[in-house]
Design a protein around this ligand. Structure first.
Ligand SMILES: NC(=O)c1ccc[n+]([C@@H]2O[C@H](COP(=O)([O-])OP(=O)(O)OC[C@H]3O[C@@H](n4cnc5c(N)ncnc54)[C@H](OP(=O)(O)O)[C@@H]3O)[C@@H](O)[C@H]2O)c1
Length: 251
């Protein structure tokens, strides 16, 4: 089966390309680096010709509010129109657990627009909601840093390793459309401030974490359960400790 992976050079995209190829599928990684641009439409019709499944694993190059909205709006409209023209049988996108609860954030307004366009497209679809990737911990810490202090909410997170996310995306690509949302999460629930503290300590990073229930997450105020799923998510297997020791070995 021909499967197109938009954002196939990215963190989740590249791992999903490898997994689906190992299962014997004809996988096309598509991104600006390979001449396929969902924002301009360049190369989309050719990439999707003959494909049955499209996975949208792209991300906005800029996290600035308007840029994210423009990216997911244009990218979603172009990709869904090209998918319809090509007769795609399953459109899959990766979004974030709690997107609908985080609408003070420009990034999450962009993700909700992406989801809305998919739901209204008429194409058979699955939207996968994932919790935060463990690989995103440095980005979370950076976004909350001022001087040597990282100010973070003690809201719960249940982070998942990118390998577990790619396993889930592979299974979804080979399953019938859910025509709804399926949720995935990591194996352990922990306070965001505590998780980042553990990460910084393990990474030998001297910054300190200040716990502040009012601290925003990419512009959104959090309550205790904003970032976690109560919808019986599929759980990944890789814990923070296992992931951290793999990072150390790789380094
Ligand atoms: N970070 C998290 O914790 C988290 C949690 C849940 C869900 N998600 C979602 O997971 C998705 C994938 O994230 P990621 O971290 O794997 O992304 P990533 O590593 O940043 O990769 C982004 C990909 O998007 C591609 N791309 C950028 N602009 C494009 C365009 N105009 N047309 C086509 N492709 C384009 C890039 O291609 P080039 O290499 O050619 O530039 C790259 O392959 C995102 O949608 C994100 O919202 C993230």
């Amino acid at each position: 089966m021909k499967i197109v992976i938009i954002g196939g050079t990215g963190l989740i995209g590249s791992k999903t390309v490898d997994r689906l190829r190992k299962r014997g599928h004809d996988v096309l990684p598509a991104s600006p680096n390979s001449g396929v641009n969902t924002v301009t439409g360049e190369g989309l019709a050719q990439a999707l010709a003959g494909a049955e499944v499209v996975l949208d694993l792209a991300n906005s190059p800029s996290f600035e509010d308007q840029a994210v909205l423009d990216f997911f709006g244009a990218s979603g409209r172009n990709l869904l129109a090209a998918g319809k023209a090509a007769g795609i049988r399953h459109h899959i996108a990766l979004s974030v657990v709690g997107t609908e609860r985080l609408q003070e954030s420009g990034y999450f307004r962009g993700k909700l627009l992406q989801e809305k366009l998919i739901r209204e497209s008429g194409l058979p679809y699955t939207i996968v909601h994932s919790t935060q990737f463990l690989e995103f911990l440095p980005g979370i810490a950076k976004s909350a840093t001022s001087g040597e202090t990282v100010r973070l909410s003690p809201a719960y997170v249940q982070p998942i390793a990118s390998d577990d996310v790619a396993d889930a995306m592979t299974d979804v690509a080979l399953s019938p459309p859910a025509n709804g949302i399926v949720e995935i999460a990591g194996p352990e629930r922990v306070a965001l401030s505590e998780l980042v503290r553990r990460y910084l300590r393990a990474a030998g990073d001297a910054r300190s974490v200040e716990v502040d229930p009012e601290a925003r997450y990419f512009g959104a105020r959090l309550d205790e359960k904003s970032l976690v799923s109560d919808a019986n998510p599929r759980l990944g297997a890789i814990t923070f400790e296992q992931w951290m020791s793999a990072q150390r070995s790789a380094a």
